[in-house]
Design a binder for this molecule. Structure first.
Ligand code: ATP
Length: 240
């Protein structure tokens, strides 16, 4: 399969804190992949590097055949990278519909905009709350609204930072079904996640980050059985 994303030798440090340590990572077009690792491993920083919110100290990022290492965030978004961070990036005082309009208006207008809003409302089962202020939606609904905002622009790569954090088991399963459907529609997905049952629902392969570098990569069964991975979660492996 062609590589949609290719990261080579990516390095970033904030003072003495190394958040990316010679990361080599790639994703094939159509992949659904999970990134795990203990708190502070560098998962969110990796997303911020991919999105252009942090400039790397070294290394390259190639996306869809082009070197995007020095592009600004909006240029990467325009090329098809979309992200949903942990904290919902919705406008709480605006209605569900207004949030979708804000997210899509730079890409779409007229009947196309209406069609996409309609499709996303159906997809995320938010049609019945279309006029409701986003701030009064349930936690799960807020997360789904943000997923709708991120995918309505038809990204090639969707980055999700802990999409199920704070969700009930039912909401988590529903989110997994949603992501599987988006992946079936052709969107490549990279998700940071802690809930291994959810990882198993959506992904076949997992990468483990630890102290900003790739510690292990494999199938879920391989990662779950990996002694070293168990130890880093228990805090018995250091970076020396
Ligand atoms: N802008 C910054 N300036 C200084 N240090 C930072 C900055 N961003 C992140 N860090 C530090 O880098 C390390 C990695 O943080 P990061 O948020 O990427 O980890 P994470 O794996 O996403 O953690 P978590 O699972 O807790 O969200 C942490 O020690 C964090 O305090």
């Amino acid at each position: 399969m062609t590589k949609l994303l290719q990261v080579s030798g990516l390095c970033k440090a904030f003072g003495g804190v190394v958040v990316a340590d010679k990361i080599d990572f790639s994703l094939s077009a159509g992949a659904m992949h999970c990134l795990i690792g203990p708190n502070g491993a560098g998962k969110s920083s990796f997303f911020r590097l991919l999105l252009g919110e942090h400039a790397p100290d070294a290394g390259t990022i190639t996306f869809d055949g082009d070197d995007i290492t020095h592009l600004r965030s909006f240029q990467r978004i325009r090329r098809g990278i979309s992200v949903k961070f942990q904290v919902p990036g919705i406008f709480k005082a605006l209605s569900v519909r207004q949030n979708l309009e804000v997210a899509f208006q730079s890409h779409l207008s007229g009947s196309q905009l209406e069609q996409t809003i309609h499709e996303m409302l159906e997809f995320t089962e938010l049609s019945h709350v279309v006029a409701t202020p986003a701030g009064v939606l349930s936690h799960g609904q807020q997360q789904w609204l943000e997923i709708a905002m991120a995918v309505g622009v038809e990204p090639k790569l969707l980055l999700l930072d802990e999409p199920t954090a704070g969700m009930s088991p039912d909401e988590t399963r529903k989110t997994g079904d949603m992501l599987n459907e988006l992946n079936n529609r052709g969107i490549t997905i990279l998700a940071v996640e802690h809930d291994m049952a959810f990882v198993e629902q959506i992904s076949k392969r997992v990468t483990v980050l630890h102290f900003g570098s790739i510690f292990a990569e494999g199938t879920i069964a391989e990662i779950v059985d990996h002694m070293g991975v168990q130890e880093i979660y228990l805090g018995t492996v250091d970076d020396g």
